[in-house]
Design a binder for this molecule. Structure first.
Ligand SMILES: [Zn+2]
Length: 423
């Protein structure tokens, strides 16, 4: 009798070890900091989805360079993926979503593409180039170079969304991601005003990606009127854990009705760094909008380590608040990576502050706002406020030594910032 008992025990030990060692897989969501714009990479054990490749482009921020760096680092760490993007989605043809799209398309093996099919908009050049290239590849005699293409048409999407092998090309052995679309180009104007109907944002691709019990919803730049139509049609299907705040958390990109349908645990806003005080930036637009951040605070259920952040009260005007609800922003936090398991567990994200590597800003200590000063190394909100108060009381700084007189600022602080400031 001894031998069979031992065999059974050994069998159970082997089975147990297999389960213990099995790769349970995960869905990693990388919010790449491309400044004012969006680029989101979903990483699975068997492949990746890239949603938008946009960003900011001015004398300070070169988002295409940031996207290149990020993707190169990513694919060098995941060399099992062979520089392949299984699905590339452009939510709509605006530059803050398409600026780096041609680079991505030309530099990586892209197997499937979704766009809203539009051929106009500020980012039309790259969207058109990709749509045309896909048509050319499909029309030549060689079928091995064909790229799967789906044009998202809102009118063709039923209440529970639409999926097929192009929209959802992934099937990982340790958990099958489910990808569905819920919006795209509207053929029928429905009851929208002419201005709402002709607004390119309202034709954004909306997608939900589920990995077991974990789900993320991306609404592109859909604005209030179209969000209402989306909720009318799909309220029961768009529940998600992570809500990517629509239209970069601008005043018109999130509604209470939408949040009631989504019931998010976490919200992430993709917007630019307020230090960049130029046109077409988060600073110029007032992103993230204070009312939207308040709406998200009342909606998301998870928490984060408390952080002092800036919120927009109209264009170019910001005030600080403390957040302890799970609301994150690329303009607040830099790069953000979430890891979600198949059983619906979301770990705290990894935040990577963005360094201005390619084009350095020199901050004027005599004119900089508190939010510009606080991000200097070793400064933070309290020392930034001290600099501003000292400046108000004593007038302009003219040398580094003047800064030594500010309460809380000593020689070690000055050494950290001396190459980053001007007078
Ligand atoms: Zn946008």
């Amino acid at each position: 009798m001894k031998a069979p008992v031992l065999t059974i025990i050994t069998y159970f030990l082997i089975v147990f070890r297999c389960f213990a060692q099995a790769d349970t897989g995960s869905m990693k969501t990388h919010f790449i900091d491309v400044g004012q714009g969006s680029a989101t990479l979903l990483e699975f054990s068997c492949g990746v989805v890239l949603i938008d490749a946009g960003g900011e482009n001015n004398s300070v921020v070169d988002s295409e360079e940031r996207l290149k760096d990020y993707l190169q680092n990513f694919f060098s760490e995941r060399n099992d993926l062979n520089n392949t993007i299984d699905l590339f989605v452009l939510t709509h043809a605006h530059l803050d979503h398409t600026l780096g799209a041609k680079y991505v398309f030309d530099s990586y093996t892209v197997n499937n593409v979704i766009t809203n099919g539009k051929t106009y908009g500020s980012g039309m050049k790259n969207q058109n180039a990709i749509q045309d290239a896909i048509k050319d590849l499909a029309s030549n005699a060689n079928t091995s170079d064909d790229i799967g293409y789906h044009e998202a048409i809102a009118d063709n999407i039923g209440a529970s969304g639409i999926t097929n092998d192009i929209i959802d090309p992934l099937d990982c052995s340790n958990g099958d991601p489910q990808i569905k679309l819920f919006w795209g180009t509207m053929i029928n104007q429905q009851d929208l005003s002419n201005s709402a109907y002709t607004n390119g944002n309202n034709h954004s691709v909306v997608m939900k990606v589920s990995y077991g019990q974990s789900a993320i919803l991306i609404t592109g730049d859909l604005e209030e009127d179209a969000l209402d139509l989306l909720v009318d049609k799909h309220a029961v299907s768009i529940d998600a854990d992570l809500y990517v705040a629509g239209h970069h958390a601008s005043k018109n990109g999130t509604t209470k009705r939408l949040l009631e349908a989504v019931t998010p645990k976490i919200a992430v806003m993709s917007f630019g760094d307020l230090r960049v005080t130029k046109e077409w930036t988060a600073w110029a637009y007032g992103h993230p909008n204070a009312d939207i951040v308040e709406m998200l605070r009342n909606s998301v259920s998870d928490t984060r380590a408390e952080k002092e952040v800036w919120v927009g009260d109209g264009a170019k005007n910001f005030y600080p608040i403390e957040v302890d609800k799970a609301i994150y922003g690329t303009g607040w936090d830099g790069g953000i990576v979430f890891d979600a398991s198949f059983d619906g567990t979301w770990s705290a994200p990894i935040l990577t502050e963005t360094k201005f590597r390619t084009r350095k800003i020199l901050i004027s200590v005599n004119t900089a706002s508190q939010y510009e000063l606080e991000k200097l190394p070793g400064i933070g909100p309290t020392k930034a406020l001290a600099i501003i108060e000292y400046r108000r009381a004593n007038g302009s700084f003219s040398t580094l030594n003047d800064l030594d007189n500010v309460p809380g600022i000593g020689q070690s602080s000055i050494n950290q910032i001396k190459d980053l400031i001007r007078f």
